[in-house]
Write a protein that binds this ligand. Structure first.
Ligand SMILES: [Zn+2]
Length: 168
């Protein structure tokens, strides 16, 4: 397993749309293992392949405090989302130090392949539902801050560019 470098917003590669995984083979299994390790190391609760510059539809999520409840979603698709929405604070490993509130459906049912290529469906609410939708956005090339106002986005870009210059 290996730690993978995480792209930082506003890197243009975060805007790429991920392609479906054709076959859950050893390469994809290695990617899943590396992404999980990278997420736990960061530490974070979710990571999309887009964030490690792999533009295929792979997501890992673990919202447990014990770091032993890994969810793997390959080629995920929302099959149902609730009309009721809720607002929750989100953060992102690609947007370090920035947290803000985003409105999303409160409950989603997602269909995907697991790390063995088996089809499954999962109904999620609360933090898991937020996380699934946040990571699926990444696969479509959308970072959570793009749900915020233009003014906030401009401020966040400036702040992150400044941090990058300071650390360079
Ligand atoms: Zn993110």
């Amino acid at each position: 397993m290996a730690l993978l470098p995480i792209l930082r917003y506003p890197d243009r590669r975060l805007s790429k749309v991920a392609k479906p995984v054709v076959r859950v083979d050893d390469r994809i299994k290695r990617l899943v293992a590396d992404m999980a390790q990278t997420m736990y190391d960061a530490p974070g609760i979710g990571l999309a392949a887009t964030q490690v510059d792999v533009h295929e539809q792979v997501i890992v999520i673990d919202i447990s405090t014990t770091h032993d409840e890994l969810h793997v979603f390959i080629n995920p698709r929302i099959v149902h989302s609730s009309d009721i929405e809720c607002e929750a604070e989100e953060g992102c490993l690609s947007v370090p130090g920035i947290y803000d509130r985003v409105v999303r459906p409160e409950r989603v049912t997602v269909a995907a392949l697991d790390a063995n290529g088996e089809q499954f469906e999962l109904e999620a609410d609360g933090l898991l539902a937020v996380c699934i939708q946040h990571e699926m956005d990444h696969l479509l090339g959308t970072v959570f801050v793009e749900h915020l106002s233009q003014l906030k986005q401009a401020r966040i870009k400036n702040k992150l560019r400044k941090l990058e210059r300071e650390s360079a």
